[in-house]
Design a protein around this ligand. Sequence first.
Ligand code: HEM
Length: 186
Amino acid sequence: MYGLVNRAIEQLVVSLKGENGWRGVCAHANIPSDGFVSMQAYDDDITYRLVGAVSARLGLAPEMVLEAFGEYWITYTAAEGYGSLMDAGGKHLREFLDNLNDMHGRVETVFPQLRMPQFRVQELSASEFHLHYTSTREGLAPMVLGLVKGLAKRFDQPIEITQTVFKAHVQDEDVFLVRLLDESKE
Ligand code: HEM
């Protein structure tokens, strides 16, 4: 994945465990700790190894690391110069998720080798919808949980989210049920 993603993992670890903590993670993952270039595409294996090393060093399940990372990504990208893109994405959670493929499409002009995930919102009622997530990668559904929780915080919309379908050989997507707990906030 692009260095922007690995740099975000670095920032998250530094904010929790300082520079020494980050050096420990890199040593564990057998990766040099001299930093990633945001605009450079790296092998996915590096990202997965980093997640595994953070999990081992912090004593958290890999799924928890991915979820924490997803939530962190929302504030990280906004602070890293993509705030206006985030602002243009929508005024509330469902609108934002509806526009997410277009938003990643715009990101693709900056990151041409992007392997974009695809999202689809399926409305169930005024307060519930299914979010369908398709990716060429494996194992990132917990990150989507964190991303959506982070977005809900960004829009100040309390939600409940659970994964209802898990990607497997017969099923090529993950599905999440999102329940808006305060309908007055869309
Ligand atoms: C302006 C904000 C954002 C930027 C700049 C951005 C950019 C990126 C980049 C560069 C990657 C790496 C893909 C690759 O190297 O092939 C990525 C992956 C990803 N992004 Fe975004 N993104 C943003 C917001 C979001 C949001 C709000 C979500 C919410 C669901 C999201 C969901 C994902 C997921 C799940 C992946 C993992 C790739 C996969 O599933 O295969 N992104 N994004």
